[in-house]
Design a protein around this ligand. Structure first.
Ligand SMILES: NC(=O)c1ccc[n+]([C@@H]2O[C@H](COP(=O)([O-])OP(=O)(O)OC[C@H]3O[C@@H](n4cnc5c(N)ncnc54)[C@H](O)[C@@H]3O)[C@@H](O)[C@H]2O)c1
Length: 353
């Protein structure tokens, strides 16, 4: 790594998948095998690479336990390519992106990386900013690297192959960006009549640029600025790990939680609350799901919350409150305060563990 910057990749927006030949004769494609079922022509495209490795996307792909097996198969493919200037091309959602990025960052001490996100969530968020990750013992993203892709391809035919559930997933991260940025542009977003795929494709470039603006100010999470991107994730990661909610759905629940807590704490005044709530409950139609899921035990909640990487000490975590759209307000809270608020918002059961 060395240098204090994380180079911004070249962004390519296109209707169709890029020709495999553009990635050279030493390109190894790592792809989610589910894509072939949804995108006509994807299988043929994948077979045109000098080497390819199909995986099942999802959290189990990111498990440290499974990693050595994957790595030895990838190494033998890489060795067959026999080249030193290897390029790893990753086509998949955030899980495949995190996994493939990690592989690229350690293979031969780092090889070229191209990301081709195949879910809206990964196109908006995870393919950008250079974070790679694996899960350890059921805890998310416990190990990883900062490793920038050289190119990111946003491919409309790939993204349009997904169903509505994936569109909903992406709304969590898009709403997060809208809340972090605020201002006239994101007020327009809240009023935009389009929905679904059309809305996402149109708002992809400004959402991506917004993330890069934050990343550029704190590429390696040293100054703390980058942690504002964690808005909605402190509770989101707990819910994702415990209930197996999709990342996007968990973030959506985490945003509702953060906005409600911000109002109660007094960081978010009435006008800011109205605007934020209109975006989340109105435009995005998010609903708090606490009532429909079995409440967590406090001990389980605390165990998962302790796994948060934004934890600042044994019992404190940086929680991203809002002081209004465009005004993130990070504050340290104790895990106990966090659990009490989760209980107040219906996520914890009555029995104290
Ligand atoms: N590195 C980062 O900065 C960052 C940021 C946010 C999230 N993440 C990570 O991203 C992951 C979530 O990403 P995700 O929601 O894309 O999940 P995912 O990769 O698990 O994909 C979700 C599902 O969609 C399927 N899929 C992928 N592409 C498809 C396509 N084109 N058509 C149909 N189905 C398709 C997958 O097989 C999977 O079943 C989490 O592991 C999260 O921790 C990382």
């Amino acid at each position: 790594m060395g240098a204090e910057t994380l180079k911004k990749p070249a962004l390519h927006f296109s209707a169709r998948l890029p020709a495999p030949s553009r990635f050279g004769r030493s390109a190894l494609l790592i792809h989610d095998r589910a894509i072939s079922r949804h995108v006509p022509g994807f299988r043929r495209w994948a077979r045109s690479f000098p080497a390819s490795y199909a995986v099942d996307g999802g959290e189990s792909l990111k498990s440290l336990d499974a990693f050595p097996g994957h790595m030895s198969r990838i190494l033998s493919l890489a060795d067959r390519l026999g080249a030193r200037d290897l390029t790893i091309v990753v086509a998949g959602g955030g899980s495949v992106g995190d996994f493939g990025g990690f592989v690229a960052s350690i293979l031969k001490r780092g090889v070229k990386l191209v990301q081709i996100p195949s879910t809206w969530l990964s196109a908006i968020d995870s393919a950008h900013g250079g974070k790679t990750a694996l899960n350890v013992g059921g805890m998310k993203n416990q190990i990883g690297t900062f490793y920038a892709a050289g190119e990111v391809h946003l491919v409309r035919e790939l993204l349009e192959g997904q169903g509505e559930a994936r569109v909903r997933d992406a709304m969590g991260e898009l709403a997060k960006i809208a809340l972090l940025e605020g201002g006239a542009r994101w007020k327009r977003f809240a009023r935009e009549p389009a929905s679904g795929t059309k809305l996402l494709w149109r708002w992809l470039p400004p959402a991506i640029e917004a993330k890069y603006r934050v990343v550029a100010r704190d590429p390696f999470e040293r100054s703390g600025i980058r942690q504002i991107l964690n808005l909605g994730h402190t509770l989101g990661h707990v819910l994702e790990a415990h209930y197996g909610l999709s990342h996007g759905e968990a973030v959506a629940q985490g945003l509702l939680f953060a906005v409600e807590w911000s109002r109660k704490k007094g960081t978010l005044a009435a006008a800011g609350y109205r605007e934020s709530a209109a975006l989340l409950y109105g435009k995005c139609a998010f609903r708090c799901r606490a009532g429909e899921l079995r409440p967590l035990l406090r001990t389980r909640f605390l165990q998962l919350a302790r796994g948060d990487k934004k934890r600042t000490s044994a019992d404190r975590v940086t929680f991203i409150f809002l002081a209004g759209p465009g005004k993130p307000a990070p504050r340290e809270v104790t895990l106990s305060e966090f659990a009490n608020e989760a209980r107040a918002q219906g996520w914890l059961g009555k029995a104290r563990g």
